[in-house]
Write a protein that binds this ligand. Sequence first.
Ligand code: MN
Length: 153
Amino acid sequence: MRHLTFDPAAFRWAGVEERAYKPPDPSAPRGMDWRDVTRHRLGHPDELGMGFELRYFELGPGGYSSLEKHAHVHLVVAVRGAGRALVGDRVVDLAPLDALYVPALTPHRWANEGADPFGFLCTVDADRDRPVPLDDDEWDALRADPVTAPYAH
Ligand code: MN
């Protein structure tokens, strides 16, 4: 067994290192940039012999993830602070223990517009395709809607 103890004051799990969300990429395609996101691996197939991975992501104030899509799905559970998610043509607010499912090939981006950290747990398949940027039609539709436009940047 493996037991990762949680420190509520630090909001961190003992022995779980903080990793970069993705490798820095100054030439990232449109929308694929990101800001102030850390990744914490709570369970990885290589270590635990399972078919999925469980990560904790945290966005600092003003942070956002890349605007991406992929064939694999996400199931996300917010656990810290307040955040916002663009999923498809919708923008939703996330509070602790809200659960959010992101279907296959659906554009998505997480954002923290508050003053405190926003964190969520996220599962993904062990074997999965790489995220890709939105195509022009998807991008233009997000830009044309005042609700979603702020998240297409
Ligand atoms: Mn994703």
